[in-house]
Structure formats: structure tokens, C-alpha cells
Design a protein around this ligand. Structure first.
Ligand SMILES: C[S@@+](CC[C@H](N)C(=O)[O-])C[C@H]1O[C@@H](n2cnc3c(N)ncnc32)[C@H](O)[C@@H]1O
Ligand code: SF4
Length: 455
């Protein structure tokens, strides 16, 4: 076993009377990085054709991601913006996207098994017209085998999502709306270029849930410039008073090169919350929702009743296979990460040539079962140590025990009944800790006894 004193504070965190605020220096990224190797550009089409010709693994949930890379405004904090919404360009894009979806209908890998979640994300799918929504929804249903209990999410903004578009979504089989509220506070919203007042959002949530035909989930962000603890408490209570079925609580990641960062540096926007202040906001979120008995589906996602299942988001964290469609869409098949072209001309050109519009592909260097166990566990807030052993080989959890003990000493986790259970501070730092575990395993590789390694 690795000795505890061999581990640095970037892995273990530091000992602090207040680990929620001070265990690590700050959250730097929203996602985990693990070792992977680029597939040479001239081989990506061939590798993709091989993947599509091979048998599909029937054990796990399979996902579809469809990307709509258009937004009406560029929200000042966001790194997902690709293209400004233009009616003609969207019409052209929908033609190509439909073609890309229908091309997949002939692939054995696609047809051999069911898809359990379809996520229509962006960008802003709510900028599509009702006719475009129905066309793409029909293409999905006619081309891809979806499970009877498929979770079909339509993501977007409240702005411009009128009753005709909502009806088109329901007619097309979408059964979940995931809408970015960010905040119900109109002043805070306008500071981020969010157009509508908070009251409008509540009215629309009321309408969507009154249809009683789809799950309604909203995103809220904490740590925004000028957002006080009281503002945050008010947002949480507004969610509770609304009829939304679920909520995501995201802490702001202040992106380098974002307009928000620029404005803050120039002094034209107030400072966002510091990491300790965001930690306090996280605590408030967990305590408020727990007190009101909202069910916790992951460290950052909550469902008020059984209507919200959170299938797509949790399956992504658990390493599920994702078939990507659209410019800028990312996928994951049999250990290969696939990224479609972000530039529209390159995307169109490849579809015209009958090719998958791949911009880049990498092959994961890590053990997929291990990454899936770790990803799924940290997303829910606990790691099953026997699952860790099954994914990498007997002795794996013992191999990591120095790190787990250090986390326990630093108030980030407790170890009991074969579980590494994240404390509230551990839940706040879960992405940092997950990355630390992956870095630890790269620095201290585990040599499993292959005879005992699980299949
Ligand atoms: C891919 S975005 C699309 C949402 C949709 N277009 C909208 O505007 O509401 C999904 C969510 O990511 C979150 N998000 C975007 N940028 C973020 C950032 N810099 N830090 C934290 N969360 C962010 C927001 O809550 C947003 O609703
Ligand atoms: S938050 Fe949504 S609408 Fe705003 S820029 Fe990002 S993806 Fe576009």
C-alpha cells in the first residue's frame, strides 16, 4: 500500500477546521481529465465504421446526444456558445442534422440494441421552430431504436419557448424539459444577458407542469456576480414554490476568456462569490432541499418526485456509450471519444460526402470499468469499494486506502460498510477528489493479479 506521507495536499486536501471551505484551493474544472491518445485524423472514419459494424454491448444504458449549436445571445459566463441564432442558417442546419441522424439508421451497432436516453441539447434547442422540432423528433423515432421507457430531454431557455413549440415537443415524444433558469432574480439575470424577468419563468414552469405530460427540470447557478446568500436562499425557495419536478444546482465556473471575466476585471460587473462563499451556498442548497424532503439523485441534482429520473446525466458520468449527432456534439463509443466538427462549413461538407462529421477522436488509455465505477460513485456521493475491486482487481481499494484514509482524516469522507462515503465537504469537492483519485492511480499504478481480475 502507498504510504500516506507520500501523498501531496493536491491529492489529499489539507487538514482544516472547515474542510467545506478550505480543503482544496478551488474548483478549476467542471469535468474530469484522464489519459487518452489521439486517433490519427486519416483513420477516424475507418475506426468509426468499424465501431458501427461491431456488436453493441447490451448490458448498459445507451445514450443519444443531439446538439443544436445556436443561441440568441451569448450569456456572459458560458463556454458553450457556438453560433448566433439566424433563421436561414438553422433551417440549413436542420436539413443536415436530419441527414446525419437518418444515415445512422443503417448501422448494425445502432440497431442491435435500445437507447435509454436521448438528450437534445445546446446551445438552444428551444430556438427551433415547431416544424423543425417535429422533423427531428420524427427522424429520431424512425432511425434509432429507443426503449419504451426512454428519457427524452429537450433542453433550452424559457425565452421564446412558446406553446406551439412545447406542443411540438410533446407530439415528437419528448418527455422531459430541462430549462436554464440560472436565477429567478431579474437583476442578476439581466447582468448575465438573460432576457426575461423571473416572474415569466415561474409562469412558464406553471404552464409546462400543468400539461402533466413531461418532467420539468430547471438549472440554477450559485456564486454569480453580485448574488448574495439571501438571493440564493430566495432562488431555492422560489424553486420549492414552483411546480418544477427537479433542479440542478451548479456552482459558477468563471471561465478564462469569458465576457463575464472581462467585465469583472474591468470593474463593470461585481465580483463573483469566492470559493469559500460558494461552499457556503452549496451547504445552503443541500440543507434547504433536504429540509423540504426533495430527493437527492446526485451530488448536484434533485428530484421532487418519481417523475424525475436523471437518467442521461448520471449515465454520462457512469461512462455510458453516447452516439453523437450535430455540429459540436461529443460522444463515446467502446472507449473512443468522438467530437463532431464545430465549424458549420466543415460539418456540412462531410455530411455531403456521406461521412460521419468527425473533427477528432481519442482512445481512452484507462480501464473503462474503473473510470465508470469512479465516475458513477462520485456523482452520487459514495464509492462502493467492492465495485472498485471488481473493476480493477482484488486489492485495488486497499491500494488506494492511503488516499481514502487521508480524505477521512481531512473530513472529506468516511469509510464504513465497504463504502467511501463523501461528507458534505467531500460532495462539494467531488470533482477535485475524483480527479485526485485518477491522478493518484497514474502516479501509483495498481498491478492487479490478472487471475483475480473481474471480467
Ligand atoms: C449547456 S448549458 C445550455 C442551457 C441553455 N442553453 C440555457 O441557456 O439555459 C447547460 C447549463 O450549464 C450551466 N452552465 C453554463 N455555463 C456555466 C458555467 N460557466 N459555470 C457553471 N455552470 C454553467 C447552466 O446552468 C446551463 O443551464
Ligand atoms: S447559457 Fe445557453 S443560451 Fe446562454 S450562451 Fe450558453 S448555451 Fe447559449
Amino acid at each position: 500500500m502507498v504510504a500516506i506521507h507520500a501523498l501531496g495536499p493536491e491529492l489529499t486536501g489539507i487538514s482544516s477546521p472547515d474542510p467545506l471551505k478550505f480543503a482544496f484551493a478551488g474548483k478549476k474544472a467542471a469535468h474530469i481529465r484522464s489519459h487518452s491518445a489521439a486517433v490519427p485524423a486519416e483513420q477516424t472514419q475507418e475506426v468509426y465504421r468499424q465501431l458501427m459494424g461491431s456488436p453493441a454491448d447490451g448490458r448498459d444504458k445507451r445514450l443519444v446526444y443531439i446538439h443544436i449549436p445556436f443561441c440568441r445571445t451569448h450569456c456572459s459566463y458560458c463556454g458553450f456558445f457556438q453560433n448566433a441564432t439566424k433563421t436561414d442558417e438553422i433551417a440549413r442546419y436542420v436539413d443536415y442534422l436530419e441527414k446525419e441522424i437518418r444515415m445512422a439508421a443503417h448501422d448494425p451497432w445502432v440497431q442491435q440494441n435500445l437507447f435509454h436516453a436521448v438528450y437534445f441539447g445546446g446551445g438552444t434547442p428551444t430556438d427551433l421552430t415547431p416544424e423543425q422540432i417535429i422533423r427531428l423528433g420524427t427522424a429520431i423515432r424512425e432511425s434509432l431504436p429507443v426503449a419504451n421507457d426512454v428519457e427524452m430531454t429537450f433542453e433550452g431557455r424559457f425565452h421564446g419557448f412558446d406553446n406551439d413549440k412545447v406542443a411540438a415537443c410533446l407530439e415528437s415524444g419528448f418527455n422531459r424539459f430541462s430549462l436554464g433558469a440560472q436565477s429567478f432574480n431579474t437583476t442578476i439575470r439581466r447582468r448575465m444577458s438573460r432576457i426575461d424577468p423571473g416572474e415569466f419563468l415561474l409562469e412558464r414552469i406553471g404552464y409546462l407542469s400543468s400539461l402533466n405530460n413531461a418532467t420539468v427540470v430547471v438549472d440554477l447557478m450559485f456564486g454569480l456576480p453580485g448574488q448574495t446568500l439571501d438571493d440564493w436562499q430566495q432562488d431555492l425557495h422560489t424553486f420549492l414554490q414552483s411546480k418544477a419536478h427537479g433542479v440542478d444546482l451548479y456552482q459558477l465556473i468563471l471561465l478564462a476568456n469569458s465576457r463575464m471575466k472581462d467585465s469583472i476585471e474591468k470593474g463593470s460587473m461585481p465580483e463573483p462569490a469566492s470559493s469559500p462563499e460558494r461552499a457556503e451556498m452549496f451547504r445552503m442548497g443541500v440543507e434547504t432541499l433536504s429540509t423540504h424532503k426533495v430527493g437527492r439523485l446526485s451530488v448536484s441534482h434533485w428530484g421532487r418526485d418519481t417523475r424525475e429520473r436523471n437518467i442521461y446525466n448520471h449515465a454520462v458520468k457512469s461512462g455510458a456509450e453516447i452516439l453523437p449527432f450535430g455540429s459540436g456534439a461529443g460522444g463515446n463509443i467502446d472507449g473512443y471519444s468522438i467530437m463532431n466538427h464545430r465549424a458549420l462549413p466543415a460539418y456540412y461538407q462531410m455530411i455531403d460526402r456521406g461521412m460521419k462529421p468527425i473533427m477528432g477522436m481519442t482512445q481512452s488509455g484507462g480501464n473503462r470499468a474503473l473510470l465508470a465505477t469512479v465516475g458513477s460513485g462520485f456523482d452520487r456521493g459514495w464509492l462502493d469499494l467492492s465495485a472498485l475491486d471488481r473493476s480493477e482487481g482484488v486489492g485495488m481499494s486497499e491500494h488506494c486506502m492511503a488516499l481514502f484514509n487521508a480524505w477521512q482524516d481531512n473530513g472529506l469522507a468516511t469509510i464504513h460498510h465497504g463504502m467511501l462515503d463523501l461528507t458534505l465537504p467531500g460532495q462539494f469537492w467531488n470533482v477535485t477528489m475524483q480527479q485526485a483519485l485518477i491522478n493518484f492511480l497514474e502516479q501509483h499504478p495498481f498491478a492487479a493479479d490478472n487471475a483475480e481480475k473481474a471480467a
